[in-house]
Design a binder for this molecule. Structure first.
Ligand code: NAD
Length: 970
């Protein structure tokens, strides 16, 4: 206790000395300067700050002065409260009539001057001058090459090449006594880095890193592995340790890694690294930072329903920083601490710790960011401590993400710099020990009623191992025979549907009995028997079966996903997502039925009572496709069941085993016999027979337009014995387009287009099959897309590194290949990749300059084929996008508020996505379904969906008896 009091007193004393030695303010906080004035206003006005940062973000990619001025207007017109310092600038521009050739360069210059506060130069040569200035007082540096997103192997090679040149320049240029260091972004060395492919990612990244480490070793330059998003943390640490264990790098004199104090599991990482270094008798540098992606970690992990890995309270991060600082200083035999902070308190505490633990001044260093806290840097350096400045180098476009991060950091409420220089807090306030008040960092999901099932976090070893194990287990039990399920009994037929692995068609996954008309008649008979009992079962009880089914699905989660990998060729991640979506439907529709199950009272008039409630339609057929074999089948069956109907479920002949698993899950809930019956069989035979049967009241179908329209036609024909007009719920195909305008963030656009177009081999109904480029980014976008598509891995989906697997069967493969031949005539193929020999593989194909109205531009191709079209402007792009019989999904990449608004109003599709991929709709959040030839217009996973399975009934009772009526409530 005494010791703590003593340390606290020393921390204050040290802090006071440094504080006294500080003079002036960083430029960002110098309100006499233009930049300081803008920052000051941004800190007072959140809305302005958002617009300003968004404008700064888009600016470097605006190619013409006209565009700069137009987008500036869009962001700031109507801004009335901007202080003079800003509005003066804008007004001045408007006085010049916003003459673009004057205004454009002026605006660029202003933002450039902000950027130059944080970015030392555009390349290594350019930076040497800035480094010289730093070196004058003996400050060292670590260079960070800006370049945020690498989407292809070509870009990864270019990035590595820049590092090599940087090392050359540094080795020639640094002065005697300097200890140059280079910070590397590990994820830039392999474009397909993904924790799901743990071993593959480590191996490939190491391949990219080795030449650089060799060179750095030979030149005597140290390397620090930067830390990135939490999702990559484990992988980065593993790569760091793994490569340093290699013979040639065992003696590598100086290597370090950055760790983030805002994560709640960093202590374990520090202990692990210390143990590792000690066991190998080597010393490493650990750069302790607070962490630069706090907002991202909170937002993204909450969106995914994953635990938030960071402390929610800034003071808790500060306290964690102090604990970790101490841990580092306790282990200086193997660790060289690099305390990276602009916080006077954290720095003073570190100095006190070092002294208390007798760490000599030369055994550790402080680090600060270039341009962020000059007064503090100088004061600490003058006290004789080693100081290193993290120095970003790069052009403005790749540097934008970095710049915006720094601006956010400087202007956030919690920022120490803001407190010390912006708000000029007292010394007492600045030196106060952090109060570690715990704030729960649970998933943070607000909706307590329904929440989406979180997808697997494949950065966790236990999830990867569970999938490995499940795939092994399913493979051990292939080629078994399975029966139908009719009236609570298993029924075996002579004919079987054979289910094969599309990646290895010789591998039979299983055989399922194939139903004929005889079994269809039996199933209908059973449904008729139980119909009345089921319809009278309460909504609560019916919903209970769904909740139990969801539980069972969770229990079998990996097994089901593994089966999808093997039966329909989904990658592990897509297969898991399909299982989660199935769980979501059960949970969501169960709750929806509780809502709709309560009769509504209509009107409020004396003498009458009006009730509005829903009744089940009767008996339905559910006909599902193979591409979301569990989710869609579960969605349609559960909706029909929970609304009180009996269901005959016919899965696709290409995914009968997953259909069978779903039937087993319902059975396990104790659902009464006859409520759900499992009847796989040929669509044209048993499917069509069921659709035309007089006892069927509705058909829920998802599949192709051709079959959907045929069902609509057959269902519309009256057959003797029929009592109802059959309701058809049909979800059909799409020819989905993404528009990319001239303000788009191409990093985001390329990544999302590759995922939307080639994810699950382009076999998602929501897949992107057309990109329409408005503006002059056509070539750049095509080149980057082509390289990105070249870099994705093709192979059997059971391998964790696979991005693109096989298409569903031989017929599909042949049809897609025919379509590609047509594409060669209708446009120019810029990419056609070969695919592995065995299996139904089709490599990704990109066709450009596809003519409007051509087959490529209008027909659904259910495969990895992407057409790219040009448009002169946004209007033309929208009109091309709407030029389709389908209206399912669509997307836009744009940072122009006006363009976003226009597309929202004019792009006519069921699901529109802005600045994100167009696949992966979530139940309850993006209810899914299209209109036009894409479907009958309602949304799966939305509030209207269940209504289609019921008939509304209105009951009105006259409550007047002899002139007397109960009182109505006001
Ligand atoms: P498909 O139309 O070939 O088959 C769908 C189902 O219909 C299968 O179960 C099949 O056996 C059955 N069927 C076939 N002929 C039939 C007939 N004459 N009568 C009754 N049933 C019959 O479609 P698919 O290949 O399984 O799925 C791919 C298609 O589904 C694509 O067009 C895709 O866009 C569409 N899809 C749409 C959505 C959506 O929500 N809009 C979702 C997934 C898939």
């Amino acid at each position: 206790m005494d010791r703590d009091v003593d340390l606290e007193a020393k921390t204050r004393e040290t802090g006071r000395e440094i504080h006294a030695a500080m003079s002036g303010a960083p430029v960002m906080f110098d309100s006499t300067r233009w930049i300081g004035g803008i920052m000051d206003w941004a800190m007072k006005n959140e809305d302005f700050k958002l617009r300003l940062f968004r404008f700064i973000d888009v600016l470097p990619s605006l190619k013409t002065n006209e565009l700069v001025v137009r987008v500036l207007h869009e962001y700031f017109s109507g801004e009335t409260e901007i202080p003079r310092i800003v509005s003066g600038g804008i007004e001045m521009l408007s006085k010049t009539g916003f003459i673009p050739h004057l205004a454009g360069p002026l605006i660029r210059k202003s933002v450039g001057s902000i950027a130059r506060q944080f970015i030392a130069g555009k390349d290594a040569d350019d930076t040497l001058k800035a480094l010289d200035v730093l070196r004058r007082d003996g400050t060292d540096f670590s260079i960070d090459l800006l370049g945020e997103v690498v989407v292809s192997e070509k870009e990864a090679r270019t990035y590595a090449g820049r590092y090599h040149s940087l090392l050359d320049v540094l080795s020639a240029g640094f002065s005697p006594g300097a200890r140059p260091d280079v910070s590397i972004k590990v994820s830039s060395f392999y474009s397909q880095l993904d924790p799901i492919d743990w071993a593959g990612s480590i191996e490939k990244t190491k391949e990219g890193l080795r030449p650089l480490l060799r060179k750095a070793r030979d030149l005597g330059i140290s390397i620090t592995f930067d830390m990135e998003h939490y999702y990559y943390k484990g992988l980065i640490i593993e790569i760091f340790k793994g490569i340093l264990e290699e013979e040639e790098f065992r003696e590598f004199p100086s290597a370090g890694i950055a760790l983030q104090a805002y994560l709640n599991d960093t202590t374990n990482d520090v202990l692990d690294l210390i143990g590792w270094a000690r066991a190998r008798g080597r010393s490493i540098a650990i750069r302790l930072v607070k962490g630069a992606y706090w907002d991202y970690e909170v937002v993204v992990n909450r969106q995914k329903g994953w635990p938030v890995p960071v402390f929610l309270n800034k003071e808790e991060t500060d306290a964690s920083f102090e604990r970790l600082t101490r841990l580092l200083f306790e282990n200086t035999d193997v660790v060289r601490p690099a305390i990276a902070s602009h916080n006077l308190r954290s720095i003073s505490h570190a100095i006190t710790c070092a002294e208390a633990l007798n760490a000599p001044k030369g055994s550790f260093e402080f680090q600060m960011l270039y341009g962020m806290a000059e007064p503090l840097r100088k004061a600490v350096r003058e006290s004789g401590f080693n100081m290193r400045v993290y120095t970003p180098v790069g052009e403005l476009i790749p540097g934008m993400a970095y710049l915006v991060r720094r601006l956010l950091e400087n202007t956030s409420n919690e920022s120490f710099l803001r407190k010390s220089f912006g708000e000029k807090s007292s010394f007492e306030e600045l030196i106060r020990a952090p109060q570690a008040r715990r704030v729960s960092s649970g998933s943070g999901v607000v909706d307590e009623h329904f929440r989406n099932e979180p997808l697997f976090d494949f950065s966790m070893a236990r999830n990867r191992e569970a999938m490995d194990q499940a795939i092994r287990t399913v493979k051990e039990h292939t080629d078994r025979k399975y029966p139908l399920y009719i009236g609570g009994r298993e029924v075996t037929t002579e004919k079987y549907i054979v289910s094969r692995n599309p990646a290895r068609p010789g591998e039979i996954i299983g055989r399922v009995s194939s139903a004929s008309k005889k079994e269809a008649d039996a199933a209908i008979e059973e449904a008729l028997n139980v119909r009345e009992v089921w319809r009278k079962t309460t909504p609560e009880k019916r919903a209970g079966y769904l909740v139990r089914a969801a539980e069972e699905l969770r229990r079998k989660r990996t097994k089901l996903a593994a089966l999808e990998v093997l039966e329909v060729g989904k990658t592990r991640r897509d297969a898991d997502a399909d299982v989660c979506e199935a769980i979501d439907y059960l949970e969501y529709y169960g709750r929806e039925m509780l809502r709709l199950g309560v009769p509504a009272t209509l009107g409020n008039y004396p003498g009458e009572e009006n009730e509005y409630r829903y009744e089940p339609k009767g008996i339905g057929v559910v006909i599902s496709p193979w591409n979301f074999p569990l989710a869609i089948a579960t969605g349609m069956t559960s909706a029909a069941i929970v609304t009180g109907n009996c269901v005959i479920f016919k899965p696709s002949g290409l995914s009968p085993l997953i259909g069978r698993e779903l039937c087993e899950i319902y059975r396990s809930t104790g659902l009464p016999a006859g409520v759900l019956q499992f009847l796989p069989g040929p669509g044209s035979e048993v499917g069509e027979y069921l659709v035309s049967h007089p006892s069927i009241d509705f058909i829920a179908f998802t599949g192709s337009r051709e079959v959907g329209l045929r069902i609509v036609e057959r269902a519309g024909m009256f057959v003797p014995g029929q009592r109802n007009v059959k309701k058809v719920i049909a979800e059909m195909g799409g020819k989905n387009a993404i528009i990319v305008d001239e303000t788009a963030d191409l990093d985001e656009a390329v990544k999302s287009i590759v995922e939307s177009a080639f994810g699950y081999q382009g076999q998602k109904c929501s897949a992107c099959s057309r990109v329409i480029v408005a503006g002059d980014t056509f070539k750049e976008l095509c080149d980057r897309l082509m390289e990105a598509a070249k870099s994705i891995r093709i192979g059997p989906p059971e391998e964790p590194g696979t991005f693109l697997g096989p298409v569903i069967d031989e017929a599909a493969m042949k049809k897609i290949r025919t379509d590609i031949e047509i594409g060669k005539k209708e446009g120019t193929i810029i990419l056609e990749r070969n695919a592995p020999g065995e299996g139904h593989f089709v490599g990704p194909v990109i066709v450009i300059d596809v003519k409007p109205g051509s087959r490529m531009a209008t027909e659904e191709i259910f495969g990895p084929v992407l057409s790219i079209m040009r448009a002169n402007d946004l209007d033309e792009a929208i009109s091309l996008a709407n030029d389709s019989l389908y209206a399912l999904t669509g997307g836009l990449f744009s940072r122009s508020p006006a363009n976003i608004q226009k597309v929202k109003e004019e792009f006519r599709v069921g699901n529109l996505y802005i600045n994100r991929k167009i696949t992966g709709a979530l139940v309850g959040r993006q209810p899914f379904g299209g209109f036009g030839m894409s479907g009958t217009g309602t949304k799966a996973g939305g509030t209207d969906y269940l209504l289609q399975f019921m008939n509304p009934v209105s009951i009105s009772e006259n409550t007047i008896r002899r002139g007397f009526a109960p009182l109505t409530k006001d």
